[in-house]
Design a protein around this ligand. Sequence first.
Ligand code: G3P
Ligand code: MG
Length: 242
Amino acid sequence: MKIYGHRGYSGRYPENTMLAFEKAVEAGCDGIELDVQLTKDGEVVIVHDETVDRMTDGTGPIREKTLEECKKLNAGMVKGNAFGFQPIPSLDEYCNWVKDFDIITNIEIKSGVYYYEGLEEKTLELVRRYDLEERVIFSSFNHLSVMTLRKLAPEIPCGALTEKLDFGNPGYYCKKYDIQYYHPDCRTLSQSAVDNCRKYEIPLNVWTVNTMDDLERMERWGIDGVITNFPGACRRFLKGGF
Ligand code: G3P
Ligand code: MG
């Protein structure tokens, strides 16, 4: 079972920062999950919320700030500023760093609340610029973004994200629309949905697996990957360290 650090090692470090990504790699993760959106000047940045209010010392929507303005904000605030100033990373910066590591990056296109013009194209351009095509999985709750990326880059796998929904026939859905992975919510995933994915040979990456009970259940069900805030603890568990 593969371990993906959710927004990096976000259980211990400020989410979606280079520090959280570096710590996830140090903890022995197989992959990193991160979220992307577009700034006012069309740069791809790594942030979860559509506004900077929760994670930084600033306020307002990402789409109304330039990259330079975003760079002045402290994304370390989300962990009580215990790690000092942590800037919002651009996807360019991240790709330039991750290219030297043998890990998978699950890039979640955040287009469910606000549909950014060109976000899929710009994200793909960066993945190609850094030759990361074989180490990336795209995903989105907005399946229009998934379909767009399947069309633009058939060589790069995609995952269909769902939230609080036991999608009745997910394996069939993914197979029918040529989506390579199913990314369901751990809270509502059922054995029958897992069986359906098996039937259609669709691997599952489940989010967010943060308790030992859930991790054990995922292992029992033969899940392919878990997306977790605690990649270090998951790694120790899977090595028999608990
Ligand atoms: O991609 C898995 C997970 O990150 C989806 O939910 O809200 O944490 O981006 P969210
Ligand atoms: Mg995400």
